[in-house]
Design a protein around this ligand. Structure first.
Ligand SMILES: NC(=O)c1ccc[n+]([C@@H]2O[C@H](COP(=O)([O-])OP(=O)(O)OC[C@H]3O[C@@H](n4cnc5c(N)ncnc54)[C@H](O)[C@@H]3O)[C@@H](O)[C@H]2O)c1
Length: 706
């Protein structure tokens, strides 16, 4: 008998219980257990009906995704189990609590009836992994929910509530009392009726309910927003098959398209992304019994662009926030922007007026550090200036109660130096939010040399609690993301000086799938902001002795071309549309002359991609080599969630494996030879050298005898 699927009888009702913590994933053992249990239901004459339910916090929440990569997944066998369950003449009722997702919902759809608790959710999120539901979900869901809702649910992957599922017919009954007892009653009732069971596979989608342009519209939407995800187009084909073909003919269509998705590089990348994000939340080497600190009240110092957004994150999660500013004027302005943000969300119908008021009521403004005394975590987001930040940290070291955590939102400054300034470095770390801080999911959590393990662990958990994707970085210039951005922007500017236009550089990078090329990105973030970062880095001795280094951004800033906000930066903006500006081209030509850089007219997109991204990968390898980042997947998580790197390429390190580490190394050597390497721009990191000599890929991490 299976250890993870139990069968008990309650009178003539078989109660089949899946018990595989944490989320009852449909791994091999569960699939085998279900097969055995329902064979028993079939063969035992004393059983007249069955209930399928799950122990723990949720119904089956999906497939065991690791099996897709290990090859242990046997879709054919699972199909047979589902067909066997549906084929029974004895009614089977799925009792859903928590989430029935992916294979879990497919399993429930093979049952003859579904009941659920009010807060249950059901969905088919396979698309997020570049897959489609492969156990007849694309064939059964449209038959029961209609083609429009079925297609929408599968193509967006978004789960729906029990209430919505009941309206759509996916769930027959919402049970507000005891779920199992209610489900047993339904099963007994169905058995007593002695009517034929209802099999979704035998139903047909009523053509009159299918909007004539449903599939054309879906394809047009995909074309408007192209993505490398292989699943959406194939999902449309599957749902079309569900509408047009009998079940027995639709299933092989789904099986073929599922295999195509599964074998694609893009789906492998999306699966990598999924695991990398989960892994990134884990901090290696933390003591198991680490005692987390309680965070009930948060303080934020500085209510500017970042401070306001940071405060919103906590208010959204129901935590009270004390917001401290240097002047009443700045405080009023900061709070007004926060309110404005909430009002905009409310205007879109995503918050009610009373929710806006509740959240605003959680924000308390102050000009006095003493008001931070009862905060358990205080995050400073004042100007990016070492002297000012040192002073603020020193103040916080005194104003915060013992045991409070002190964090800095610095983008580039030395977190260890700030920690020392506080006088209590064990309580200090970096929390590097991305702009807009209330929207962007990435949070780089910077562990200082003396950060206490429980401080790091507390912030990692808190980050997930407010919906962020946290990634740990060690202390270095720019941490993971901005450090890797540096060589990318360096080459962007050299390419401009050599004769490429901003539109050409951005076009090449965007053709690869990145959301935004480097020139548009800086125009959006602010040329002045970017130029100041270079100046600070130069002051701190972090730049090579190269007067041409990032000369373009300096010049643009001096000309007052600060980007989108001044309608001119790398581009000129006409009705917010970026267009190449002859003035910028001339400026780049002048800078090239000044710095002895030869102009060319043969710069290809491939060269742009290689020169911008291969040094970025090389820097990522250095980050691993120095132990700044724990794993290549952490770096990928940073780039996907913070810098618009396409998830279906898996992040820069996964992509490096795709193009081949050897190839990356060869091309770096090529540019060293052709462009000269006076400033070590093309030097390959020791890790990359080692990978080449040993034939290693980033996917092989951790490398032995590291
Ligand atoms: N803007 C971004 O895209 C971004 C992204 C990530 C991190 N950061 C970092 O966040 C921090 C803040 O950046 P920002 O863009 O929000 O700057 P900002 O200029 O918009 O806001 C800074 C705020 O801090 C206040 N302030 C200054 N000194 C203070 C003090 N002693 N006490 C209290 N308040 C004080 C100012 O009045 C101002 O409102 C910087 O360290 C920056 O590097 C910025």
């Amino acid at each position: 008998m299976s250890t993870v699927v139990r069968l008990e009888t309650r009178g003539s009702v078989a109660v089949v219980c899946v018990d595989k913590p944490p989320v009852n994933a449909l791994g091999r053992a569960v699939r085998d257990g279900l097969q055995q249990a329902f064979e028993q239901v079939r063969d035992d004459d004393g059983i007249r009906s069955a209930v399928l339910h799950c122990a723990g916090r949720t119904f089956v929440a999906g497939a065991d995704i690791a099996e897709f990569d290990s090859g242990a997944f046997d879709g054919q066998l699972f199909h047979q189990t589902l067909d066997m369950i549906e084929g029974l003449d004895k009614p089977v009722v799925a009792a859903i609590h928590g989430t029935a997702l992916g294979g879990g919902l497919e399993l429930a759809l093979a049952c003859h009836s579904r009941v659920a608790v009010p807060d249950a959710k059901v969905g088919l999120p396979e698309v997020t992994l570049g897959l489609l539901p492969g156990a007849a979900g694309t064939q059964r869901l449209p038959r029961i929910a209609g083609a429009s809702l079925g297609l929408d649910m599968i193509i967006t992957g978004k789960p729906i509530s029990a209430k919505r599922a009941q309206e759509a017919g996916i769930i027959d009954q919402v049970i507000k009392t005891d779920l199992l007892e209610g489900a047993i009653a339904v099963a007994e009732n169905l058995a007593a009726q002695d009517a034929p069971v209802r099999r979704i596979s035998e139903m047909q989608v009523d053509p009159a309910t299918v909007p004539a342009s449903l599939f054309d519209d879906a394809r047009a939407t995909l074309q408007r927003r192209p993505t490398g995800n292989p699943a959406p187009e194939r999902i449309i084909q599957c749902v079309e098959a569900a509408v047009k073909l009998p079940f027995a003919e639709g299933v092989p269509v789904e099986a073929r398209l599922f295999r195509e998705c599964l074998n694609s590089r893009e789906s492998a990348a999306l699966r990598h992304r999924f695991f990398a994000e989960r892994e990134a939340a884990k901090v290696p080497g933390l003591p198991k019994d680490v005692q987390l600190r309680d965070i009930r009240r948060v303080g934020v110092v500085g209510a500017g662009t970042m401070g306001g957004g940071i405060a919103m994150n906590f208010a959204n999660a129901g935590l009270p926030v004390t917001l401290v500013e240097a002047s009443q004027e700045a405080l009023d302005r900061g709070l007004a922007i926060v309110r404005d943000n909430y009002d905009t969300t409310a205007a879109k119908g995503r918050l009610t007026e009373s929710q806006v008021e509740e959240r605003m009521a959680l924000l308390q403004g102050s000009l006095d550090d003493a008001d931070l005394g009862d905060c358990d975590l205080v995050i400073e987001a004042v100007f990016e200036n070492m002297d000012i930040k040192r002073q603020v940290l020193a103040r916080l070291g005194k104003a915060c109660k013992p045991g409070a955590i002190i964090a800095s939102n610095t983008s580039t400054l030395d977190v260890d130096a700030l920690a020392q300034a506080s006088g209590r470095p064990a309580d200090v770390l970096g929390m590097h939010f991305f702009s807009p801080a209330n929207v962007m999911r990435l949070l780089e959590v910077v562990r200082g040399a003396e950060t206490a393990p429980e401080v790091l662990a507390t912030v990692m958990r808190l980050a997930r609690g407010i919906g962020k994707v946290p990634v740990v970085s060690g202390v270095c210039y720019g941490f993971i993301g901005n450090r890797m951005l540096e060589p990318y922007l360096r080459e962007t500017e050299f390419l401009l000086m050599e004769g490429a236009t901003p539109a050409q550089v951005d076009g090449a990078i965007q053709s690869l799938g990145l959301a935004m090329g480097p020139c548009r990105m800086i125009d959006l973030a602010g040329v002045d902001v970017a130029a100041k970062v270079v100046q600070e880095n130069r002051k701190a001795g972090g730049l090579p002795d190269d007067p041409a280094y990032r000369a373009v951004v300096q010049k643009l800033m001096a000309m007052g071309r600060h980007g989108q906000k001044t309608k001119a930066g790398y581009y000129r903006y006409e009705n917010r549309k970026p267009v190449d500006d002859p003035e910028v081209m001339q400026l780049c030509a002048d800078l090239a002359k000044e710095h002895g850089i030869s102009r060319r007219d043969d710069i290809s997109d491939q060269e742009i991609i290689e020169r911008c991204l291969y040094p970025l990968i090389n820097e990522g390898a250095r980050i691993l080599e120095e132990g700044i980042s724990y794993r290549p997947g952490d770096i990928d998580t940073v780039w996907i969630n913070g810098y618009g790197f396409p998830d279906w390429l898996g992040g820069p390190m996964f992509w490096a494996d795709t193009v081949g580490v050897q190839n990356v190394a060869d091309r770096l050597a090529h540019y060293a030879e052709h462009r000269g390497d006076a400033h070590a721009y093309w030097d390959r990191s020791a890790l990359l050298e080692r990978m080449v000599s040993q034939g290693l890929r980033f996917a092989d991490w951790p490398f032995s005898d590291r």
